[in-house]
Design a binder for this molecule. Structure first.
Ligand code: ADP
Ligand code: RBF
Ligand code: MG
Length: 383
């Protein structure tokens, strides 16, 4: 949904929670355990009711939605210590460190504008090395009269940065944040942190799936230079377990055999990684190590209701391994998940992904992980 010609900008204003910090998992964990106290059950589908709101409004929404027998202020005093305790556990969103380092190294001024109070912002970012020093400005919800969706926080940020709002690029994960940035007269890239919400972000100038997909050159900023042969190296991550028998539609409908891993027990890993196409090495302990390309996400063509992990072992590997253990070392990223207009175009794209992965895995940068102990191969590799 990018406009044909984006306006060029000279500074970037980042939102904190959900945009550069992966706060959502922590929020749902804290609320899940807190609500038990009142005999209520956290409903992930209602997360949109709190994401991006000011702390007070988010609290009021929880009290209302779960019909808690307490006032919003009482709720705030009960929940605040539970959240503060977890701040040290909040991870950076994938691509956040890469983006912050890139902009800082190129001297692009960066600001942080969050509905959270200023002191909370500072504590939260203190757990992330190099962040505080990277921002020329930090502005909190307690430094303005009204928080997002009011444009005030962004207008004030531009003023303090000594920038014209039209020269600022806002990066936001929530609807109130996008609304605030647009009302302030800024260019806005939305990175929705909740799944299947993109259709709501029509006012954004561009919607991307994750920070990994940001192309700063579209906004006149220096381009990333870390893509190699169509792939982006990532901090490796690991996942493994038994292959589920007969689940999924991959091999039958697509004519491409894809394994289905149980996602049970991997909810943290799944929430930490944006949906998209990744690749790496796959170990079948009794057989060997194989090149692998995979999708993680909802597979919009089939509109799955669960986030899935679907690896495809390359090299014309064509035997069944139902029920066997499959261990994956995921080392690179290829593209965001897309919705294809036809099965043919989806199949063609998956084959293209396979070629990209196959070639890239020859690069020393990626091939060095072939012997990763996580792949659990106990005899010399067979390929
Ligand atoms: P469908 O997806 O059509 O419902 P399954 O999910 O049962 O069928 O089929 C996937 C199975 O295909 C996996 O369990 C695995 O044993 C097998 N398989 C065969 N070759 C491969 C391959 N190259 N990559 C991934 N899985 C493969
Ligand atoms: N499904 C999509 O709807 N969109 C995609 O972009 C997409 N990319 C994929 C990439 C790879 C490498 C693989 C193995 C699968 C991909 N799929 C995608 C998933 C495919 O639709 C999946 O096999 C079905 O959802 C069956 O479960
Ligand atoms: Mg399958």
């Amino acid at each position: 949904m990018a406009k044909p010609l984006s306006k060029l900008v000279s500074c970037v204003i980042l939102d904190l929670d959900g945009t550069i910090l992966n706060t959502d998992g922590i929020v749902s964990d804290v609320l899940k355990s807190y609500l038990v106290k009142y005999g209520k059950q956290w409903d992930g589908r209602r997360a949109h009711r709190i994401v991006g709101k000011t702390p007070y409004e988010a609290s009021a929404a929880v009290v209302e939605d779960y019909e808690l027998p307490i006032s919003t202020d009482e709720y705030i005093s009960e929940i605040t210590p539970r959240f503060s305790e977890q701040w040290c556990n909040i991870k950076a969103q994938p691509g956040a460190n890469r983006l912050i380092n890139h902009l800082r190294n190129h001297g692009v001024p960066m600001a942080l504008a969050s509905n959270s109070p200023r002191t909370n912002i500072e504590t939260k970012i203190s757990y992330h090395q190099g962040w505080k020093e990277s921002f020329s400005l930090i502005i909190g919800g307690d430094e303005v009269t009204s928080g997002k969706p009011s444009p005030e926080i962004y207008v004030e940020a531009a003023k303090r940065l000594n920038m014209n709002p039209s020269c600022c690029l806002v990066i936001e994960d929530s609807l109130p944040g996008v609304t605030a940035g647009k009302a302030a007269g800024m260019e806005v890239v939305a990175v929705p942190s909740l799944p299947k919400q993109s259709h709501l972000f029509t006012s954004a100038d561009e919607i991307i799936n994750s920070l990994l997909d940001l192309r700063p050159e579209k906004w006149g900023l220096p381009a990333f230079e870390d893509w190699i042969e169509g792939t982006l190296p990532i901090e490796p991550w690991y996942i493994g377990g038994p292959v589920i028998k007969g689940f999924g539609r991959g091999s039958k409908v697509l004519g491409i055999p894809t394994a289905n891993l149980s996602t049970e027990g991997y909810s943290a890993i799944l929430s930490e990684h944006p949906s998209g196409v990744y690749f790496g090495w796959a170990g079948l302990p009794t057989r060997g190590v194989y090149k692998m390309v995979m999708s993680i996400g909802w597979n919009p063509y089939f509109d799955n209701s669960e986030k899935t992990i679907e690896p495809w072992l390359l090299h014309d590997f064509n035997e069944d391994f139902y029920g066997e253990e499959l261990w994956l070392a995921i080392v690179g990223y290829i593209r965001p998940e897309a919705n294809f207009p036809s099965l043919d175009s989806l199949v063609a794209k998956i084959h293209e992904d396979g070629k990209i992965a196959e070639n890239a895995l020859e690069l020393p940068l990626y091939s060095k992980y072939k012997g990763d102990p996580y792949l659990k191969i106990s005899f010399p590799e067979n390929i």
